[in-house]
Design a protein around this ligand. Structure first.
Ligand code: GLY
Ligand code: MN
Ligand code: MN
Length: 467
């Protein structure tokens, strides 16, 4: 946990945005895997972690604006719990760690909310994403679970997004520290990759590094020689000469802050010239964004900078043709780059996505495009110092999509489908870094950038076995 003052200040800042009402922040409960006592690893709600920091199941926090009081609702452990789990801290002592004096048993939460409703006070809650919390809100407010997301407080959502979007110095320091683990995970994957290995052997090793560093994964490892499958969590392919291996993985620290990087490299340790051409284009797009991203620039512009870099490069390779400004405006590049450039990152790998992607990434200023590809852009907003976000351009050759567009004759003035025939088994390349927007520009988080240049990669791939 951070110091008590961090949580007190965060709650005070939130409180300042409201004139009345009750803010309810529900923590998470344990989730059963195959029977009640065999649970998934516990993951606390990120809003609860942000304002209260307490990483235990069965907690709820109240910020009562009218009463000027913050409260924790949770139950002390029973003797039966202590027999199975050992001595446990008291709720009062835990609450003190985040600067809260008032505590009450969890069962009193419904009474508190019921009284607030009776007094015609607004109950501000965030959209719940877990069934248990939907049911609890239904129980407390009478709102049917199907209508709960719409009944969530826009005022609370917007206030949290505004606050959590700007990372505090303590968060930036922590993120910088945990990037060492991301570096270790990715360089281990590079060092141990060798022909004939199974993907799960590498995925298992990097998961081990996350666990060895006292944390876990920020999302299931995406590690595949079929990199064109964007979120490929299948790890049973055997790696062969000529394959590219795409590794998209992140560490989640003990305090639940995320990292999220992608590297793509040749299994054999040497890029073919065809692979290198495409690789250098993705790298050029990534580097162009890193050069240009700064306060005042909409991230949507950075998305299009990456898209244009890719399109012009694809034209140089003969895979696209015509006017590339027109091609990108029309969305033709999305055949190769069908996702967004990036997203906010922090306590969640897609930070605050539970609050709603458009609130986080678009705000009042921008409207999400409905054009294929651009529609997946999660972050369009104008950059501000303190934003932490990902920069993750990619080029993919998705046979099913190419086949469909070719059949429809889609963008045939911009895409040379005949040349694409030779790329149908290419796979995909994504290169992802985590950037902090500073006062004047941005910083690639971490002490050292995870190897990304062709020469660096060719040096490190498989080096574990060469000693
Ligand atoms: N790891 C999923 C993503 O890059 O957004
Ligand atoms: Mn990623
Ligand atoms: Mn990402």
């Amino acid at each position: 946990m951070f110091s008590r003052e961090v949580y007190i200040n965060r709650r005070q800042e939130l409180r300042r945005q409201f004139v009345s009402g009750i803010i309810l922040i529900l923590g998470n409960t344990n989730s059963p895997r195959n029977y009640r006592a065999n649970i998934y690893p516990f993951r606390q709600d990120s809003n609860f972690l942000y304002y209260f920091g307490l990483d235990f199941p069965g907690f709820a926090g109240i910020i009562d604006i009218d009463e000027g009081k913050d409260m924790i609702f949770a139950d002390d452990f029973s003797m039966e719990d202590i027999i199975w789990m050992g001595p446990q801290p008291k709720v009062k002592d835990l609450a003190d760690k985040c600067g809260i004096e008032y505590t009450a048993p969890f069962s009193k939460l419904s009474d508190y909310i019921a009284k607030g409703i009776e007094q015609v006070r607004k109950i501000h809650f965030t959209p719940p994403y877990r069934a248990e919390n939907k049911l609890l809100i239904e129980h407390m407010t009478g709102i049917h679970p199907e209508n709960i997301a719409d009944a969530a407080s826009q005022k609370l959502i917007k206030s949290i997004v505004a606050q959590r979007s700007i990372k505090g110095p303590e968060e930036i320091e922590h993120l910088e520290e945990i990037m060492d683990v991301a570096f270790e995970m990715h360089t281990m994957a590079m060092r141990m990759t060798i022909e004939k290995m199974y993907e799960y052997e590498i995925a298992g090793a990097v998961t081990g590094i996350a666990l060895q560093n006292g944390g876990s994964l920020s999302f299931p490892v995406i590690l595949s020689n079929r990199g064109e499958i964007l979120h490929n969590e299948y790890h049973y392919n055997r790696l062969e000469k000529g394959d590219l291996l795409l590794c998209d993985m992140g560490f989640e620290s003990e305090m639940h802050y995320a990292t999220d990087h992608t590297r793509t490299f040749p299994v054999s340790g040497k890029f073919t010239s065809k692979q290198k051409d495409i690789y250098q284009l993705v790298l050029a797009a990534n580097n162009a964004v890193q050069r240009e991203a700064k306060p005042g620039i909409p991230y949507r512009d950075m998305h299009f900078l990456a898209a244009r870099t890719i399109a012009y490069g694809m034209k140089d390779l003969g895979l696209m043709k015509g006017n590339m400004e027109e091609a990108v405006n029309a969305g033709a590049h999305a055949l190769f780059f069908p996702h967004g450039l990036g997203h906010m990152m922090g306590l969640d790998v897609h930070d605050m996505e539970d609050l709603g992607e458009n609130y986080v990434g678009y705000g009042e200023e921008f409207t999400r495009s409905d054009q294929f590809g651009t529609a997946y852009l999660r972050l369009a907003r104008t950059l501000e110092p303190g934003f932490v976000l990902t920069n993750e351009p990619g080029i993919y050759f998705i046979p099913a999509l190419i086949g469909q567009w070719k059949k429809e004759g889609r963008f045939k003035d911009f895409i040379d489908y005949s040349k694409l025939e030779k790329y149908l088994d290419f796979g995909g390349i994504r290169l992802e870094d985590d950037l902090l927007i500073t006062k004047t520009g941005n910083k690639n988080l971490g002490q050292k950038r995870i190897p990304i240049d062709v020469n660096e990669l060719e040096e490190i791939i498989g080096s574990y076995w060469k000693k």
